[in-house]
Design a protein around this ligand. Structure first.
Ligand code: PAF
Length: 287
């Protein structure tokens, strides 16, 4: 496994692999790798012949007062995880390499970035899409791997790739959970043991949504109310949003039909936690 610090070196190595007819997979990350990332790396290694992982805590996706400075950066541990997960190259640029001058070119996906996390994290998705577009241009992967935990991010990146005719496949991998159901996240490091237990109620609220929809409930307000009751039990938790939206457009739905995404964001201590579940209404067979 090689660690590349410059754009030229990663382009050179990936170019050689491509020249040998290898399928290139990219997993963009901000490091602090956990079992959720490992599932992306393993999937990339299964489906591709050459796997690149980028480790870059991207300053342009953090707003004022967010955790950019404190974001965990356990680089040696991350390299160990990559080495054990079949990664060929770790691309770990500095901010000076990724943004050498004042950045005047931004990639912005409209509408999909407005609801859910877009409501409180102004400019966040603009930073994500811009850095992903840059990484895609640098690595030119055949496929890039993202987690479904960040469902809005995955939807936004898919739309960017479609709208800008980028020649790669976006693969979205299932959310990995701790034993108690809490979605694995780099930000779980900010939680105490008690908070981790409390935070498992986020998944309980999503399972409640799934259960209600499976039982035939289609009124979103009623479902959200019951989810909220569970979330309100989280000691010290502050619900930012709990919503049921169309899984494709991310627009709020009053009546559940087709595929919907139930999504939650909640602050607990120093952590802002997000999670979601996709539920599908099974239409009865026409007679
Ligand atoms: O999901 C993340 O870790 C980041 O948003 C990403 C996709 C690596 C872009 O910086």
């Amino acid at each position: 496994m090689e660690v590349c610090r410059t754009i030229e070196s990663v382009r050179d190595m990936v170019g050689k692999a491509r020249g040998e007819g290898k399928r290139i997979g990219l997993a963009p990350t901000m490091g602090a790798l956990h079992i959720g990332h490992v599932s992306l790396l393993r999937r990339a290694a299964e489906e591709c012949d050459f796997v690149v992982v980028s480790i870059f805590v991207n300053p342009t996706q953090f707003g004022p007062g967010e955790d950019f400075d404190n974001y965990p950066r356990p680089f040696d541990r991350d390299l160990d995880i990559c080495r054990k997960s079949g990664v060929d190259i770790v691309f770990a640029p500095t901010a000076g390499i990724m943004y050498p001058d004042e950045n005047l070119t931004w990639v912005e996906v409209e509408k999909l970035t407005e609801p859910l996390c877009g409501m409180s994290r102004t400019g966040h998705f603009r930073g994500v899409t811009t850095v992903c577009a840059k990484l895609f241009n640098i690595v030119l992967p055949d496929a890039a791997y993202f987690g479904l935990k960040d469902a809005q991010q995955a939807a936004v990146i898919k739309k960017m790739v479609a709208d800008l005719n980028m020649a790669l496949e976006i693969v979205v991998c299932p959310t990995v959970r701790e034993a108690n159901g809490l979605a694995v996240s780099s930000r779980n490091k900010y939680l105490s043991e008690t908070q981790r237990e409390e935070a498992s109620k986020i998944y309980a609220s999503l399972l409640k949504c799934e259960e209600l929809i499976a039982g035939g409930e289609t009124n979103s307000s009623k479902i959200v109310r019951q989810m909220r009751e569970i979330l309100d039990e989280i000691a010290g938790g502050e619900v930012e949003y709990v919503e049921i939206v169309d899984a494709g457009t991310l627009a709020k739905v009053e009546t559940v039909k087709g595929s919907v995404l139930a999504a939650v964001a909640l602050k607990l201590g120093r952590a802002r936690l997000i999670d979601n579940i996709v539920c599908r209404i099974i239409q009865p067979e026409a007679q």
